[in-house]
Design a protein around this ligand. Structure first.
Ligand code: IPE
Ligand code: IPE
Ligand code: MG
Length: 253
């Protein structure tokens, strides 16, 4: 009954996962370079992190760069990597002071060494914080995540540490990149597209989905508040009937 016993999650999400989309279009509308849009997007990240802290959200996962984004023009990829380093350089101190723990998920092999170093430094520096866990998905793909979990389990079978029967939903979850982080309660995608774009495929199985046309650089605290309000109205049934959920709510209240 664990899933519905957590009544708190029925009103405020514990974990929010966001596809921050629309930076390029935001810039294009202003006749600016795409890079200007990405820089403006970093400002939105700062505001939404603050809003999460204010609302007692415990986990925030942001999709910053997908496995597929490597296919973008080299100059844009390079500028984005530079922007990660610059943003980490200027923001980690304040994030740390605000009790934010930074974590990165994704295939680090492809990430330039200087960016990897900046990521590791930020993780080490903020490891003891627990006000908000900010998970940034860089070079991340949901299929990659499931594949790497499968590979790790296969290795454990080969080393005779586990049997094939020990591969369960639980053991797979323990090998997925968001290990020890509860599944997202609320997923938000800005920028008007209605797709997952290879984000957290395993973890989103029972997440509430929210889509908005607002472009990421325009996504402010008010727009975020609208998403929270929409989430609070929903009934999460996890396959059960509405009556079962309501009665379990009464029992556990
Ligand atoms: C999202 O904005 C940021 C990244 C994918 C890095 P986009 O760059 O995809 O913006 P649009 O979709 O072109 O407007
Ligand atoms: C998804 O946005 C990835 C990130 C926001 C990092 P995209 O702009 O890459 O998604 P598609 O290609 O339109 O699906
Ligand atoms: Mg896009």
């Amino acid at each position: 009954m664990g899933a519905v016993a957590d009544n708190k999650a029925l009103t405020m999400p514990d974990h929010i996962a966001i596809i921050m989309d629309g930076n390029g279009r935001w810039a294009k509308r202003r006749n600016e370079s795409r890079h200007k849009g990405h820089r403006q997007g970093v400002k939105t990240v700062k505001n939404i992190v603050k809003a999460c802290i204010k609302n007692n959200v415990r986990y925030l996962t942001l999709f910053a760069f997908s496995s597929e984004n490597w296919k973008r023009p080299r100059t844009e990829v390079g500028l984005l990597m530079d922007l990660f380093i610059a943003a980490l350089g200027s923001e980690v101190k304040e994030l740390d002071e605000n009790g934010v723990q930074l974590r990165f998920i994704g295939d680090r092999n492809h990430i330039p060494a200087d960016v990897q170093r900046a990521m590791e430094d930020a993780e080490t520096r903020t490891a003891a914080n627990d006000t908000l866990v900010l998970i940034i998905a860089v070079s991340y793909g949901g299929r990659w995540d499931i594949m790497q979990a499968a590979q790790r389990l296969a290795e454990q079978v080969r080393a005779k540490e586990i049997n094939v029967e020990d591969i369960t939903e639980e053991s797979l979850s323990e090998n997925i990149s968001t290990v020890n982080i509860p599944a997202p309660d609320l997923f938000i995608r800005t920028g008007g597209e209605h797709r997952i774009s290879n984000f957290l495929l395993w973890q989103l199985a029972y997440t509430e989905l929210y889509f908005t046309d607002t472009l990421w650089p325009d996504f402010n605290e008010m727009a975020f508040g609208r998403a929270l309000k929409d989430y609070a109205k929903r009934q999460r049934r996890y396959g059960m009937t509405s009556e079962q959920v309501t009665s379990s709510k009464v029992t556990h209240a």
